[in-house]
Every structure is written in C-alpha cells, then in structure tokens.
Write a protein that binds this ligand. Structure first.
Ligand SMILES: Cc1cc2nc3c(=O)[nH]c(=O)nc-3n(C[C@H](O)[C@H](O)[C@H](O)COP(=O)(O)OP(=O)(O)OC[C@H]3O[C@@H](n4cnc5c(N)ncnc54)[C@H](O)[C@@H]3O)c2cc1C
Length: 410
C-alpha cells in the first residue's frame, strides 16, 4: 500500500538511523511482531523485559511507514470528544478511556523517554481547542463541562482571553494540560533500539505473510521462503492490516501536512501551545525543536493514493494560507519547506481496536486508528502484552472489536 508521498520532515531530522538485518534463516520464538512502526515499536518495548523470546520484522525499514508521516501531537483529547464518547459508551467507559490516554502520555514522559537511547524530543505542551465558528460554541462548552467533571485540568477561554495565547481569536476555546509534542520518527527508532539492546531480534526489509495460525501457534513465511514459528503473533501493520483482515469498523481516508521554514521569533505564540479546532475535518498546528510550524489537516474522504497525491501541491498551498490566516505577521515570510500526503485510518465508532479473529487464533491485531495513533499504541501494546502473560485487565475487552464493557445502569 502506498502510505505516503511527498517531502517528509522527520526523516531529515535523523539520518544516522540504526539498521537491522533481513531474515536469512528459519526461526522460532515466543512472540513475533509484524510491523516496526510506532505500534510495533511500542509492543517490542513492552515485551523486552518480559522474559519472552521476541522477534520484530518489517518489510520496510524501522518507522518508514505512516509513523514517518505523523505530525507528532500527543493529546489525550480524541477526535471523538469526551462528551460525544459519553453519549456513545456511557460516562464510565468514556472517562476511563480519556484517563488511559492521559496516563499514556505521562508514562511516556516519566518512564519510557528517560530509558530510550535516542532522544525523541518530547516536550510537554498545553493544547488549545477553539470553536471554529459561533455554531460550535456549544461544543466547546459541553466539552469543557465533560472534561472538568471528569477531573481533568481545563480552562475555558472567552474571546479576549484567547488573545493572550495567540494573534487570532474565536468566541470560545479551552486549554487542556498534560499533552506533548514528539518527533515520531526518533521515538519509533528509540523504542526499537531499546528493545534491540534488551535482546529483541529485529529484522528489516523482509515482507512476511501469515502461513498458518492454529491452536499450537502461528507460522509466518518470510519473503525468501524462511519460516518463523511463534506461540503468538502481534500484527502491527498499521493501515496495511486492512489488506489482510478488512476490519469493518475501519475507514481509510487521506490527510496532508506541511512544515515551514524556521521562524526566528515565535513569541506571538504563547508557550507554543498545540492548536486544533472544532470543525471536522480540522486544522491543527504545533512547532518543532528547530522553530518551524507544522500545520496539518484538509483531510479528503478518499483511500485512493493517486487521488490523494494529485491534490498534494494545492493542499500544501492551502495549509500555508491557513498558517498565514492564523498568524498574519508571517504573511510573505513563510513557505512549505516540507509537505506530504498520507493515508489515514479511523474507526466508525471513534475507538481504536485490538482485533482478535476466530480464523486467526493466537494472534492480535493492533489497530491504533485515529488522530491519536501514538497514544493509542502506547497503551494498546501494554494491554496486549498483559493479555499474553495472563494478567487480566478489564480495559482489554473495551478495545476488542466487540466493545465489551460494563453498561451503565441509569
Ligand atoms: C499526515 C498524518 C498526520 C498524523 N498525525 C498524527 C499525530 O499528530 N499524532 C498521532 O498520534 N498520530 C498521527 N497520525 C497517525 C499515525 O501516523 C499513525 O497512527 C501511526 O503512525 C501508525 O503506526 P503503525 O505502527 O500502526 O503503522 P506504520 O507506521 O505504518 O507501521 C506499520 C509497519 O508495518 C509494516 N508492514 C506492513 N505489512 C507488513 C508485512 N506484510 N510484512 C512486514 N512488515 C509489514 C510496514 O512496513 C510499516 O513499517 C498521523 C497520520 C498522518 C498520515
């Protein structure tokens, strides 16, 4: 599958990447992970100290799939807002899910990043979520109330107060705390390198196919014919999983991003807050370690990479215009140094999935679909590992494709 096109930014920030061999022999292990994007990288990291014998394989190189096209915003708020998730799943399930996202970011900061051999440039940032127009004010108010009631640190901004944060303002906005920005390419490489250092066997440039999955385990055939036998398989193939299992809850669309030239003075942008809005699809923006602006959005409802890419130049121009609308002082001084398009999946019901299918026993499909792909991968990988080692976690069944959870009694 053609996952992305254009001129990517993150791959230019890290050129001395570790490299790994391709598969050249038959092998056996306890767990094989297919896919070394951020989902497979998180899973390898979670398994590295489990005592299990683990293999991680990718048909490209590490982080060369969607994880290099990612814009690196880590937010506990989801594309499905908390008050909307409460409508769909009830208060307990929705609030627990939001706290799980929040905790995943905190754990990344406190435990994971300090242990990585590659610095992923994680910086804690507040997020500013604004009403695109006056019809959306109620959405902001409902979200503010839902977050506040659930115990999150959230601040409501009227038009005048938003002006203290940014050069443009809208009638309503909220500030949430506990989010972060990251370099997703370095993060994925850091997780894989940490796993490798701890003994996980990593292979690149080897496409693999499921040969057999049964009660005794899973057999994977590598390009070249070698077989890998494992007790369990974790498929972390990103959006390409849809070529194998066609999960009905998943939809593939297209998204776009640009990264500007470095900007000397960003003092008009208080605390480099990460910005997003209530319109769907939405524009969003963040800054980078070298003082560039990343702006993304303008999603198109097409899974077709040819149609996606035909629009790439026009979309880059539109994204730069939107940066200039938000920050008029930059008009005429910025350009898209980098610009790309990418396939992008989400689910109909707004939640990521741990897929288990009767026809593929002993296998887990990690589908961290949605705008919070990294955050989802962080905790879904942990849930899968806990399931494999026999630790029960009620959250696991909420992310099953059947969405099993305790319904509320009203
Ligand atoms: C423009 C854009 C912006 C985004 N912004 C954000 C953001 O700000 N924050 C966020 O959290 N998420 C964001 N996302 C989503 C995020 O990129 C994805 O959720 C995430 O990268 C998915 O990671 P993954 O590991 O599941 O997939 P991938 O990174 O695609 O990794 C899957 C890997 O599996 C390998 N593979 C597939 N099939 C096989 C096979 N048969 N054999 C061997 N290997 C195989 C592939 O080569 C690939 O490397 C964005 C996405 C796009 C497109």
């Amino acid at each position: 599958m053609d996952l992305k096109s254009g001129n990517l930014y993150w791959t230019n920030t890290f050129k001395e990447t570790p490299s790994y061999p391709f598969v050249e022999e038959d092998m056996e292990c306890d767990v094989v992970i297919i896919g070394a994007g951020v989902s497979g990288a998180c899973t390898a990291y979670e398994l590295k100290d489990s005592g299990l014998d683990v293999i991680l394989i990718d048909k490209r190189t590490v982080a060369a799939g969607s994880s290099s096209a990612n814009t690196g915003l880590l937010q506990y708020s989801n594309d499905q807002l908390l008050h909307e998730a409460i409508q769909s799943f009830g208060k307990k399930a929705a609030v627990d899910h939001y706290w799980r996202c929040f905790d995943a970011i905190s754990r990344l900061r406190d435990e994971i990043v300090p242990s990585l051999p590659i610095d992923p440039e994680m910086i804690m940032r507040d997020s500013l979520f604004f009403a695109t127009d006056e019809d959306e004010i109620e959405t902001i108010q409902k979200e503010y109330s839902a977050l506040k009631e659930a115990g999150f640190e959230v601040e409501y901004l009227e038009e005048d107060e938003m002006k203290k944060w940014l050069p443009f303002s809208r009638e309503a906005a909220i500030i949430t705390k506990g989010d972060a920005e990251v370099n997703p390419y370095k993060l994925t490489h850091g997780l894989v390198k940490a796993a490798s250092d701890a003994g996980v066997r990593i292979y690149e440039q080897t496409e693999v196919f499921l040969k057999k999955a049964g009660e005794g385990g899973v057999v994977i055939r590598a390009a070249g014919g070698h077989l890998i036998k494992a007790k369990k398989a974790i498929f972390a193939q990103g959006y390409e999983t849809q070529e194998t299992i066609k999960e009905k809850n998943a939809v593939i669309e297209s998204s776009y991003a640009v990264v500007t030239n470095p900007i000397d003075d960003l003092s008009f942008w208080k605390d480099n807050v990460m910005i997003w809005e209530s319109a769907r699809p939405y524009f969003y923006a963040r800054t980078t370690a070298d003082k560039r602006i990343v702006m993304g959005g303008l999603d198109e409802p097409t899974p077709n990479p040819d149609i996606r890419d035909q629009k790439m130049i026009a979309k880059s121009d539109e994204l730069i215009k939107e940066v200039e609308n938000w920050f008029p002082q930059l008009r005429g001084t910025i350009q898209a140094d980098y610009g790309w398009s990418g396939s992008f999946a989400h689910t109909h019901d707004g939640q990521p999935i741990i897929g288990q299918y009767d026809r593929v026993p002993n296998s887990y499909f990690l589908l961290g679909y949605g705008g919070n792909g990294i955050v989802y991968s962080l905790f879904l990988s942990k849930l899968i590992v806990r399931h494999i080692i026999g630790e029960k976690d009620a959250a696991f069944s909420f992310y099953s494709k059947e969405r099993i959870y305790e319904p509320e009694v009203i």
